[in-house]
Write a protein that binds this ligand. Structure first.
Ligand code: AMP
Length: 217
């Protein structure tokens, strides 16, 4: 299954993607994760990307498309994949269609995870991640027992550079302006489905599976 996950920052795409990996045994391709790794490794690409990411802006299409093309050609993508955070605008979506056409492939489904703006703001400003084990917390919804310390491994919790309030506002604006139009883009292609992204993670996942089953049968 070739799947695109759509949804604003903080909608829970990454969380659902992790569960989909297990269920369908296909990889998650998160351009945000790939870019954050390049930043952490201090590569030239990472250095270029960081200036955009810290401002909450999109990294130039040419950079991101190159990364995705390379990733899609790897062996583990043969049976499908979950694209998370890509495409982010119409130009990326059109390029993806033509890259896939060149590979004699097409997308099966675009799944939109829908969450209201005020909830997104709390989810993003409250998000904390463990430096050691990657466990996520939220100071508004699922606070760690000790402030700044991971419940699981006592690791130090940190806030992503782009989860600061001003950057979050910018990221949500960018989403509305550039990414939300993709909902119509995929709806016009007849491959859009959506779930309500508010509530219990397991319940949302059940809805995701039910929706994907109807689309892919
Ligand atoms: P994310 O983790 O998906 O929210 O991405 C974090 C940041 O990485 C975004 O705010 C952008 O600066 C950058 N980024 C991730 N994916 C893309 C993409 N497909 N196109 C452009 N920039 C992206």
């Amino acid at each position: 299954m070739r799947l695109v996950l759509l949804g604003a920052p903080g909608a829970g795409k990454g969380t659902q993607a992790k569960k989909l990996i297990e269920k369908y045994q296909i990889p998650q391709i998160s351009t945000g994760d790939i870019l954050r790794k390049a930043v952490a490794d201090g590569t030239p690409l990472g250095k270029e990307a960081k200036s955009y990411m810290d401002k909450g802006e999109l990294v130039p299409d040419s950079v991101v498309i190159g990364l995705v093309k390379e990733r899609l050609s790897q062996d583990d993508c043969t049976n499908g994949y979950i694209l998370d955070g890509f495409p982010r605008n119409t130009a990326q979506a059109e390029t993806l269609d033509s890259v896939l056409a060149d590979m004699n492939a097409s997308l099966d489904v675009a799944l939109s995870v829908d969450v209201d703006m005020d909830i997104l703001m709390k989810r993003l400003t409250g998000r904390r991640t463990c430096k050691s084990c990657g466990q996520m917390f939220n100071v508004h919804f699922s606070a760690p027992k000790k402030e700044g310390i991971c419940d699981k491994c006592d690791g130090e919790l940190y806030q992503r550079d782009d989860d600061q309030e001003e950057t979050i506002k910018k990221r949500l604006d960018v989403y509305e302006e550039q990414t939300a139009p993709l909902i119509d883009y995929y709806s016009n292609k007849g491959i859009l489905t959506s779930v309500n992204g508010v509530g219990n993670m397991e319940d949302i996942f059940k809805e995701v599976i039910a929706k994907l089953d109807t689309v892919t049968k």
